[in-house]
Design a protein around this ligand. Sequence first.
Ligand code: BEZ
Length: 177
Amino acid sequence: MGTTWVFGYGSLVFRPGFAFLDRQRAVLPGHRRVFFQGSPDHRGTPDAPGRVVTLEPHAAGAVGGMCFLVAEDAFGAVIDALDEREQGGYVREVMQVHGDAGPLSAWVFYATPDNPHYLGPASPAAIAAHAHRATGPSGANREYVLRLAASLRDLGFDDAHVFAVERELLALGDAGG
Ligand code: BEZ
């Protein structure tokens, strides 16, 4: 049976949402994870998009995440599910990652600055303020940030940007505004 790997660095880390045969921690070199993508359909609405992560090239960077092994004949369904779930401007590409068990080629989904939902850079405080008030069909943007940060911590990954946004968000308290 043919198989393929999918690298998750955002919601896939805590909610893959598809069947997989195996998984392992993995690191994608040469990139950083940033809350620069707007989510008009999951953690926000078209009028008030949330902020979710994408990747950007960063020579000295390394992004910790989770690689999922998927049966090749199920991959079409995975793509369909991710395209439907993350329809806000993501493209996909095979990249080389360092899995805990060795090097892997894996599909990676990311959003580029030329997509219509891209929001771009902002300070951790501004991103947190945004996430504090946004909510969409998949739930509160706040929950997305906190679950991602907690999952990365559980997996033993450090991510200064994610943890800075988490810190700012926690300082804002519980409820959205
Ligand atoms: C992720 O969780 O890694 C992810 C999945 C689909 C699109 C973007 C990111």
